[in-house]
Design a protein around this ligand. Structure first.
Ligand code: ZN
Length: 233
């Protein structure tokens, strides 16, 4: 099998229906069982909502410790971070951590976050995008605002959460919006995230999840400034 980046050499895997789950030889069996249950459930929820099945081989890596996650990705983040750091024409990867407090407590917000990352994997595949951390998204065929906004709208729908509309008076232009979303240290990232979600949600209210997904380029080519204006009216 081809090597998937960010998976430590010593990790083992087990194959579920769709996902290949990678874990440390020291990992607690209950944790693997829990992850395999919710990830298959989350995936089938997204498949049904978008009426689309993934073709790329789907992998999920459960790091045993935050230190291992940092070492494997060469990125500094805390234990609650989940990411979809890699997608090629054949394989895609989601990473999560056993030390995540929400994973430990079996909190529904962990599944919510997992659904969000799965939604990214769907968009990467449909748009023919490839992704690897730190390449400045040069092979991404979808802008960050649509990618993040859409992933949020999918997880809101699957988890039965209403989007908490906040003030959209912030006047992010398209480029600034993408810049704040691509910079995980930007203080304006949370506001940019909500703003992007609001825009995509306004598309979904009118057209539904599946239509917006399958016709993503129609929406990503829109002048979002004008659209937000209509949405606020
Ligand atoms: Zn995301």
């Amino acid at each position: 099998m081809k090597k998937i980046p960010y998976i430590p050499e010593s990790y083992l895997y087990q194959k579920e229906n769709y996902f290949q789950i990678w874990f440390s030889p020291t990992e607690n069996k209950d944790n693997i069982l829990f992850l395999s249950g919710i990830i298959e459930d989350a995936l089938s929820g997204v498949e049904t909502l978008l009426n689309y099945s993934l073709n790329r081989n789907s992998h999920v890596c459960l790091y045993a410790t935050n230190a291992e996650a940092i070492q494997a990705t060469k990125r500094n983040f805390n234990s609650s971070m989940l990411l979809a750091p890699f997608s090629s024409q054949t394989d895609s990867l989601i990473i999560c951590q056993s030390e995540n407090p929400k994973f430990q407590s079996r909190d529904n917000n962990f599944k919510r976050h997992l659904v969000h990352e799965i939604a990214h994997a769907f968009l990467y595949e449909l748009s023919g995008s490839e992704k690897i951390l730190g390449d400045n998204n040069i092979q991404m065929n979808i802008p960050a605002w649509f990618n993040e906004g859409f992933a949020e709208c999918v997880s809101n729908k699957i988890m039965g959460n209403k989007f908490k509309t906040k003030s959209f008076d912030i006047d992010f232009g398209r480029d600034a919006l993408n810049d704040h979303l691509n910079d995980i240290n930007s203080p304006k990232r949370p506001a940019a995230f909500d703003y992007a979600t609001g825009i995509v949600e306004s598309f979904i209210i009118r057209n539904g999840h599946e239509y917006v997904f399958k016709n993503f380029s129609h929406f990503t080519n829109m002048d979002i400034g004008v659209y937000i204006h209509v949405y606020n009216a």
